[in-house]
Design a protein around this ligand. Sequence first.
Ligand code: HXC
Length: 243
Amino acid sequence: MRHGCDTVIVSRRQDKLKQSADLLTKATGRRCVPIQMDVRKPEQIIKAVDDALAQMGRIDILINGAAGNFLAPAASLSFNAFKTVMEIDAHGTFNVSKVVYEKYFKDHGGMIVNITATLQMRGTALQTHAGSAKAAIEAMTKHLAVEWGPDRVRVMCVAPGPIGDTEGMNRLGGKHLTDNIVKLIPIQRIGTKQDIGDTVLYVVSNAAQLLTGTTIIADGGNCLTDDNNFIARRAMLQKFSKL
Ligand code: HXC
């Protein structure tokens, strides 16, 4: 928004959306329209995209950032727990992309940025559900880039590592992050929301016109050096859940 976009933000919780829209408008002076929607419900998406187009007149950029996550060993995931995360992350990304493509991008071109993660790259312990969903999104990104490229649609993934002050970090053990863990990261710090905003800004800009169907990893090198020991991580989870 600081770079000139008016924005529609969507989520399940109207109260949180309204609060966020007010903050974003106040910070940037741009228009922000909050629309309630669940990415798992196609009929709600169709209505939301119609509403967005009626209010804004056009869509240039779609950012798919909806994600559900928690730490759990694969063997303790219920069938519904795995399905829920797949539906929010992978199905949600497909559902929204399809509707925006059909209603607008097919005739006007556009840009899709899917926010994934680095979990799937090394089979991160306690993250079978989220990693499987993010891997599906990365494959989907390639398929859509191939099929929609001729319509002037670029499709990209941005894969953040640990980002401070986010719901994801809070739920995935952020409060137990120690200096020693941070020192494992090559750039010696975790990411910020600004870092990810800047990366997405580059990806959607004219400076990145050749980029499509691929993933930009924005994690300060974290996935190259992060510890990934299942036995130790499971023990850590058990310890923290007792605190
Ligand atoms: C095991 C769990 C669980 C947990 C929920 N479930 N939390 N299982 N451990 N901690 C199970 C439930 O028991 C249920 O299965 C099933 O998941 C669905 O749960 P519901 O609460 O009914 O579903 P819903 O409200 O739709 O969504 C649940 C949720 C959601 C996916 C957990 O509340 C959520 O994700 N909130 C967090 C959002 C978030 O943090 N997003 C950012 C993610 S960051 P049963 O069998 O009992 O019915 C991210 C990036 C990672 O993903 C990168 C990090 C580096």
